[in-house]
Write a protein that binds this ligand. Structure first.
Ligand code: SF4
Ligand SMILES: [Zn+2]
Ligand SMILES: [Zn+2]
Length: 297
């Protein structure tokens, strides 16, 4: 098959848009969508310091690379990489090496903070207690530490590598749970006291295309899988959305587009953000989820 923009051989077929692209035109298409979303949602503004959550996996690696590519000549902007080392033996060591390699090559300052430093305990030690699922602990604690580190680094925004698949799944999960507050908090541009504003520049790029973008750009990506992998409900939703996408190409974009249409009309957040009574970090209840999971009460 030939690229629809030139006569070169296509490397990808986008079923949802019925388009074939060669390598340069595929890369151009991905970057065009990212730049469009950055502009449309005002994700990155003049003079800002952007912290990028870099795990060393395919999404965050592509995110760091593409933001550097787009903004490397903007003297007024600063990009910083932040990696959280949860303490997952036999897994995190490898992804960390990839993350270090990429930041070294791009000349981006890199801050690495571990759960051990942030909370005094590793994820492996916490998971061994078998009180909570590893992914629940990991998600809540990582979010807490990323926000803390980004704030301490003076970042205006915290960029994460969530792709179209992640967003479509989370939107559907929140609909199914009837969790409108969580849904509202997903809207681009939401500010909450004490929380560094999150931006998701890859939100319009399907997961497979993020992976292909990384591969075609020879990015150092770890393919190791976390030994704890698998949030039950998310896996179920992923399967539903993927199956539906096969039968009805464009479903993931419809989920995201529909959400973008209704989110400005949604009620303001009903939960107030307060400071956690124990650690002082922002929380929607008196004692934050991190402190509760760590058994600090
Ligand atoms: S799979 Fe679960 S435990 Fe592993 S990194 Fe992801 S959220 Fe953390
Ligand atoms: Zn082409
Ligand atoms: Zn707390």
């Amino acid at each position: 098959m030939k690229c629809q923009r030139c006569s070169k051989t296509a490397v990808v077929f986008q079923k949802y848009s019925n388009a074939h692209f060669c390598k340069p035109h595929f890369i151009e298409d991905v970057e065009r969508k990212i730049k469009r979303d950055i502009r449309k949602f005002g994700m990155i503004k003049k003079g800002e310091r952007i912290a990028i959550a870099l795990s060393g996996g395919k999404d965050s690696t592509a995110l760091l690379y593409v933001l550097h590519k787009i903004f490397q000549n903007r003297r007024d902007l600063e990009l910083l990489a932040v990696t959280i080392d949860e303490g997952i033996h036999g897994y995190r060591e490898h992804t960390l090496e990839h993350a270090k390699k990429l930041t070294r090559e791009l000349g981006i300052s890199h801050t690495i903070v571990s759960f051990k430093e942030g909370f005094g305990i590793t994820l492996d030690e916490l998971a061994a207690k078998k009180e909570h699922a590893a992914c629940t602990l990991c998600g809540v604690l990582r979010k807490n530490l990323l926000n803390r580190v980004a704030r301490e680094l003076g970042a205006d925004k915290l960029a994460t590598g969530h792709n179209l698949d992640d967003e479509a799944q989370t939107i559907l999960m929140n609909y199914l749970r009837g969790d409108t507050d969580r849904l509202k908090r997903m809207s681009p541009g939401i500010t909450q006291p004490g929380l560094v504003m999150r931006i998701k520049p890859l939100r319009s790029i399907p997961e497979k295309e993020v992976a292909l973008y990384g591969f075609l750009n020879n990015l150092p990506v770890s393919t190791d899988e976390c030994p704890y992998a698998g949030e039950a409900l998310r896996n179920e939703i992923r399967e539903i959305v993927n199956n539906y996408e096969v039968r009805h190409p464009g479903t993931k974009y419809s989920l995201l587009g529909g959400f973008d249409e209704i989110s400005p009309m949604m009620q303001p957040l009903t939960t107030q953000i307060v400071r956690c009574e124990i650690c002082g970090e922002p929380s929607s209840v008196a004692v934050c989820k991190t402190c509760r999971l760590l058994g600090r009460i």
